[in-house]
Design a protein around this ligand. Structure first.
Ligand SMILES: Cc1ncc(C[n+]2csc(CCOP(=O)(O)OP(=O)(O)O)c2C)c(N)n1
Ligand code: SF4
Ligand SMILES: [Mg+2]
Length: 347
């Protein structure tokens, strides 16, 4: 993969690249698919931030959602893996080269069904990455069966209701102390771009569960993952602004009406009060907010949980500063004496 060359004509971002460097192949998804809106938000967010596409690795599983990395960041590294196995490939890539930004893209089927075991352990390990679930409550690619995130009572196109309780990926992630948990909606591009920027600046796993209607198989009357249903039940917890570390940080909101989350690179997320002062570091509040919203038939979006959990898996594993992939063979191979002492310590 060759590094993108800065262009000096037209509109370029702070590293001199135009937006074309952040797009990809033409989408082959159905017209109006929520996943394409997420792609557009990713292009905008990464271009705005001036992320070097060459420093990003896009990893996905299988599904319409997992096809989307072909449609953005054409100059980035990419690996379209096996159904439900994005987390283990992302873990490997992130540990072997900790200088790369890992951007995982998955679906609700990919993460909440076949990949559930991988999803759970990735969050426990706090792998340094952005993890996007493009959640449409259905297996889009295999023509519209219920997925594990479908709500009780939600109906298939043919009218059959789902009678199994849904997996709420955000609640599960909070229980596992995921260090950044957000919910977005493909139809709210502005909020999603803010969440993507904050996720990128976060060190550790940043999960964004994005409600992303499947217009072909799950956008009808009776579905709780349709555009109309989500718009009617939409409830952002707070207005969120992202202030990157390289911008002057001036906060003007009066005391008690806002909450600021400082990210590891010094960037800030400013949550401005809508209904109540929301502190995303409190686990019980985060869980009760999601549960209360369900009782009230609402869908909460925004940065739901961001506890102070400092150490990602690479740090906990005591990795050396140089990315493992840049170490020479002699640096990687322990000497006979070192091997012997390791063996002796285990006797
Ligand atoms: C091991 C394996 N099992 C089953 C499949 C069939 N399959 C392909 S995509 C998919 C579900 C995709 O659903 P989701 O992850 O929600 O993505 P969407 O298409 O809805 O974006 C299934 C079951 C497969 N490709 N591999
Ligand atoms: S089948 Fe559904 S999820 Fe797949 S591309 Fe079409 S609208 Fe999108
Ligand atoms: Mg799906």
């Amino acid at each position: 993969m060759s590094e993108p060359t800065p262009v000096k004509k037209g509109k370029e971002n702070r590293i001199g690249l135009d937006k074309g460097c952040y797009s990809g192949a033409a989408s082959t998804l159905c017209l109006g698919c929520g996943h394409d809106s997420i792609t557009a938000a990713i292009v905008q967010a990464y271009w705005d931030m001036g992320v070097n596409p060459y420093q990003v690795a896009k990893i996905s599983g299988i599904g319409c959602s997992s096809k989307t990395p072909a449609y953005f960041l054409r100059k980035s590294h990419g690996f379209n893996s096996v159904h439900g196995r994005m987390p283990s490939v992302a873990t490997g890539a992130g540990l072997v080269n900790k200088d790369l930004h890992i951007l995982g893209v998955s679906g609700d089927g990919d993460s909440a069904s076949i990949g559930m075991g991988q999803f759970v352990h990735l969050l426990r390990r706090n792998i340094n990455m952005t993890y996007i679930v493009e959640n449409n409550g259905t297996y889009g690619l295999t023509k519209g069966q219920f997925s594990a995130t479908a709500d009780v009572g939600s109906k298939l196109k043919g009218g059959q209701p789902n009678n199994l309780p849904p997996v709420d990926l955000c609640e599960l992630a909070i229980q596992l102390d995921c260090s950044f948990v957000a919910r977005g909606f493909a139809g709210d591009r502005k909020q999603l771009i803010t969440l993507l920027k904050a996720a990128h600046s976060h060190q550790g796993t940043a999960l964004i569960d994005v409600l992303s209607p499947c217009v072909t198989f799950n956008d009808h009357e009776g579905s709780t993952k349709s555009y109309n249903y989500i718009r009617d039940h939409y409830d952002p917890i707070a207005q969120a602004d992202f202030i990157p570390s390289y911008d002057p940080i001036e906060i003007e909101h009066p005391e008690g009406t806002s909450h600021t989350v400082t990210l590891h690179d010094g960037s800030k997320v400013l949550l401005t009060k809508i209904k109540e002062s929301y502190d995303p570091s409190r686990k019980a509040q985060a869980l009760s907010t999601l549960e209360r919203a369900k009782d009230e038939n609402k869908i909460v979006t925004g940065l739901v949980y961001a506890p102070h959990r400092n150490e990602d898996f690479a740090t906990l594993s005591n990795l050396v500063d140089t990315p493992l992939c840049h170490l020479s063979e002699s640096e990687l191979r322990p000497s006979q004496e070192v091997l012997q002492s390791i063996n002796d310590s285990m006797r």
